[in-house]
Design a protein around this ligand. Structure first.
Ligand code: S3P
Length: 426
């Protein structure tokens, strides 16, 4: 699907972004592992979360959805049913990697695959650690499809080579099934949603610095929770309202977990006008945001900051293209393993609009400010690049065409509808 975009009229009013997909995947998986009825509200109807729901259904989990609330009849840690055929995670890396942790400890074999984009992404980083716990996982090289021979797992001490919440969460989920204690140490703190949700479902967990330890074979209990608005989806509107003159946009009930809101800290450092108000929430903090336009200056983003803004780099890079000076995102090579090679894709996107951007080893460098001109851009299957292109179109002179606009639905099903309501679509 092609979508045209024109330079933006001011973005004004209030908007609520869909629920956070990272939190939703985890809440649904943990609910499925807890015997009894859980209720998860604020579940986004995104393609990625649908993939998790489909896989759980195929594993015998009772699921019913009313609006954004999903009622989950959990089967207990090892009470899942052997699925017929191959489980399909679609384009969702989180579904595939977290499920691998769950399937590794089931009393049956299973096969897991994904779409052509997901089948290109590295999986051995997860499988390798799970094997240390006794898992039998076969991959095609480093990739899906995977054959997982469910096994009786034992606790292990694991170290992740990269700060990755998917690796960490897969090990923690397998740790819940294993005998004894399992710990995972990461080189820098990645998003901590799994750790925040576990106590709600009755699991015990300890954190010491960058190491998390879970006690295996604990009895989980069902829970009720509401998933906050997705900070990564909010980021597109935060940058749009910062760049389009005359905007004043309020975003209600956005998740502001510090391991996800690095983009807000960076934008504030660049001079953005973002008011955070009404802090609230349970294990996951929530707040409202009001954004008004501002003149930006360049930012230097350190390696340690990257995990807390990894998914926001394309849209932050667009903001940097409008900021005075040279911006540098340090140590962002993990971007090469996302839904696409997002480092190359971000450079390609910015250049296509006339901005100056390049990769310098593992760094992304952007020289601003650039006068953007409307462009025709193919995000090559990547939802975040598709939405960043739409916002670039608002900040550019002339007409922009987003090819493959439908990819936005991977994380943000109503994106184009909101876009139409708030800005210019011819
Ligand atoms: C996610 C973790 C991150 C992130 C992805 C979602 C998660 O990936 O980029 O969009 O839900 O755990 P990595 O774990 O590969 O860093």
């Amino acid at each position: 699907m092609k979508q045209a975009v024109l330079a933006g009229r001011p973005l004004r009013g209030t908007l609520r972004v869909p629920g956070d997909k990272s939190i939703a995947h985890r809440a649904l998986l943990l609910a499925a592992m807890a015997p009894g009825i859980s209720s998860v509200s604020g579940v986004p109807d995104s393609l990625d979360v649908r993939a998790t729901l489909d896989c759980l259904k195929r594993l015998g989990v009772g699921l019913s959805r009313r609006g954004s609330t999903v009622r989950v009849a959990g089967r207990g840690r090892r009470g899942f049913l052997q699925p017929r055929g191959v489980l399909d995670a679609g384009g969702s890396g989180t579904t595939a990697r977290l499920l691998m942790g769950l399937l590794a400890g089931q009393p049956f074999p299973a096969r897991l695959t994904g779409d052509s984009y997901l089948r290109r992404r590295p999986m051995d980083r997860v499988a390798g650690l799970l094997r240390r716990m006794g898992a039998g996982i076969g991959l095609r090289g480093d990739h899906l499809p995977a054959t997982i021979d469910g096994a009786a797992l034992h606790g292990a001490r694991c170290a992740s080579p990269v700060p990755s919440a998917q690796i960490k969460s897969a090990v923690i989920i397998a740790g819940l099934l294993a005998k004894g204690e399992t710990s995972i140490t990461e080189p820098a703190l990645s998003r901590d949603h799994t750790e925040r949700l576990l106590p709600l479902f009755g699991a015990r967990l300890r954190r010491r610095g960058l190491t998390v330890t879970v006690t295996g074979q604990a009895r989980l209990r069902p829970a009720r929770l509401t998933v906050p608005g997705d900070a990564s989806s909010a980021a597109f509107w935060v940058v749009a309202a910062t760049l389009v003159p005359g905007s004043r946009l309020r975003l209600a009930a956005v998740g502001c977990n510090p391991t996800r809101s690095g983009f807000l800290r960076v934008l504030e450092r660049m001079g953005a006008r973002i008011e955070m108000s009404r802090p609230r929430g349970g294990p996951e903090p929530v707040c409202d945001l009001v954004i008004q336009p501002a003149a930006l200056s360049a930012a230097d983003i350190g390696r340690a900051e990257v995990p807390a803004l990894i998914d926001e780099i394309p849209i932050l890079a667009l903001a940097a293209s409008q900021a005075r000076g040279l911006s540098r995102f340090r140590g962002v090579s993990e971007l090469r393993h996302k839904e696409s090679d997002r480092l190359t894709g971000t450079v390609r996107l910015l250049r296509c609009f006339g901005a100056k951007a390049w990769a310098d080893g593992d760094d992304l460098v952007i020289a601003g400010p650039a006068r953007l001109r409307g462009a025709r851009f193919d995000p090559e299957g990547d939802h975040r690049l598709a939405m960043a292109t739409a916002v670039a179109g608002l900040a550019a002179q002339g007409r922009t065409v987003v090819l493959g606009a439908e990819y936005a639905a991977a994380s943000y099903p109503g994106f184009w509808k909101e876009f139409q309501r708030l800005s210019n679509i011819p």
